[in-house]
Design a protein around this ligand. Structure first.
Ligand code: UTP
Length: 467
């Protein structure tokens, strides 16, 4: 009968979690060792502290934060004057140069479980192209290939996965020959995970007699994972200065938009965020604000209806600057986060977590029963010395796939891809009807100008872009 080591027994006694080894007698030696490793990986103090602080901040403590918030004081807006247009051209030239120099890398965070979409594979594999049916990952791969071709730089691609998505994602890339990219230039790195605990008792939940229920530790786990994978150092050694960060669910993100990279570099920003105008004050989107002179994000769930509608003296919404989760991080800022221990705040979410009871009975809850723990990347904002907010073009850049139906669903995202394609055709002097489904894949063109050139040269036909 395999014995659980005394230090583990003591640890579990101290934290009132002895149920984790209740079935140890029926396990093999290897299973016990594996279970011990899972237990050793848990920071019990951290979980307890996160639950306690979430209990004490429940209720109306969130109100003062929103009440103290004002709209961000400085935002780089789309250019309107000649002077601003000239500056934009200079920023684009800087961005182009940095890309050519190999000073930029792309991070795609793709470790989430995508529960709202209800797709049973990693979200990046979701088929989104309205004509081609190509996946989110393929669209990004084509964009990266096209940027490398256009700018001539190495542009490494870092894909963050989790236990939930790692193997399938790697297999998908390999089964599809990395969509034509050199596999040496695509780096997968796996984020950490956190145990789920019973919301009432605080007891850690199990999947079976030797397996603890775990889930990815949030997109904020990116900083630790990037460091512990060795990639941060590797890319620093290779001359990367800036990291373009985006989420896996937005097919119309302009990866490494030279204008964004350029302005980030000019301002010497630690952390730059692309924002777009909320369409409605109650839209479920985090917003960038200033609180006591610091750039922060307020989550939609933190705002009461009245707060969400608050206007400034000029009649503008205070909470207008919706976070697209498109960021540029400077290498030095990421290194400083690592030096400080990467400790972004641990948030507690109340979720449904199926599990197995100590008596072996499976439980599939119909109501939230558990606490899960996640870090959010935007909690890095107040830690930055210098932040920059840039207003993007919502229709062009932000059309995410979050939900199975309704807003931010495959239907709205595909309609946006099609609309963008129709607009680009119109800019080439080709009119297509409003209900025509169009898709311009990144391999065909990265923008309207490139499409125009290809149509004029005859290397692309309208028939190839429509169905
Ligand atoms: P969301 O917060 O939308 O979560 O993630 P999700 O997992 O995709 O979907 P839901 O909430 O379960 O429906 C935003 C981005 O952050 C990544 C996701 O893959 C997505 O690109 N993410 C999220 C991670 O990489 N790791 C995480 O632990 C959570």
């Amino acid at each position: 009968m395999p014995a659980v080591s005394p230090d583990i027994k003591q640890l579990l006694t101290d934290y009132d979690q002895l149920h984790l080894i209740a079935a140890a007698e029926s396990l093999t030696e290897d299973q016990v060792k594996d279970l011990e490793d899972q237990i050793r990986a848990i920071d019990f103090d951290q979980i307890t502290a996160a639950r306690e602080s979430s209990d004490s901040s429940a209720g109306d403590d969130a109100v003062p934060r929103a009440d103290n918030a004002v709209a961000p004081a400085t935002v780089v807006r789309p250019p309107v004057s000649d002077e601003e247009r000239l500056q934009r051209q200079k920023d684009i030239a800087t961005g182009n140069r940095l890309l050519a120099d190999g000073a930029v890398a792309v991070i795609t965070v793709a470790g989430g479980q995508g529960t709202r979409l209800g797709f049973d594979r990693p979200k990046g594999m979701f088929p989104i192209g309205p004509v081609s049916n190509m996946s989110l990952f393929q669209i990004f791969a084509e964009q990266i290939a096209a940027r490398r071709e256009r700018h001539g730089g190495s542009l490494p691609w870092l894909v963050m996965t989790s236990d939930a998505t790692h193997q399938e994602t790697q297999d998908y890339f390999s089964d599809n020959s990395y969509f034509g990219l050199d596999p040496q230039t695509v780096h997968f790195f796996k984020q950490g995970s956190m145990p789920a605990v019973d919301a009432e008792s605080g007891q850690i939940l199990m999947n079976g007699s030797s397996s603890i229920c775990r889930s990815p530790d949030g997109h904020g786990g990116m900083v630790t994972a990037l460091d512990s994978s060795g990639l941060l150092q590797q890319l620093a050694d290779a001359g990367v200065k800036h990291f373009f960060y985006h989420q896996v669910d937005n097919p119309t993100v302009i990866i490494c938009d030279p204008a964004l990279i350029g302005v980030h570099d000019r301002i010497q920003s630690d952390l730059t965020t692309n924002v777009v105008r909320k369409v409605d004050p109650m839209e479920r989107m985090g917003v960038l604000v200033d609180i006591d002179g610091e750039t922060q994000i307020i989550e939609y769930s933190e705002l009461t209806e009245q707060q969400a509608h608050r206007q400034d003296d000029a009649g503008n919404w205070v909470f207008w600057a919706g976070n697209t989760a498109i960021h540029v991080f400077s290498l030095t800022f990421l290194q400083s986060l690592v030096a400080d221990g990467c400790q972004l705040e641990l948030h507690v979410a109340h979720k449904k977590v199926p599990h197995v009871r100590a008596d072996g009975e499976p439980v599939d809850p119909s109501e939230p029963n558990a606490h899960k723990f996640e870090r959010f990347i935007f909690d890095a904002l107040p830690l930055a010395q210098k932040t920059l907010i840039v207003e993007g073009d919502r229709d062009r850049e932000f059309n995410p796939v979050k939900n199975a139906t309704g807003s931010d669903s495959p239907e709205t995202s595909q309609a946006a891809i099609s609309r963008i394609g129709r607009e680009w055709l119109q800019q080439s002097g080709i009119n297509v009807s409003e209900d025509q489904v169009v898709e311009v894949s990144p391999a065909t063109a990265l923008d309207a100008d490139e499409l125009k050139q290809k149509l004029e040269a005859g290397s692309v036909t309208v028939a190839q872009l429509t169905k």
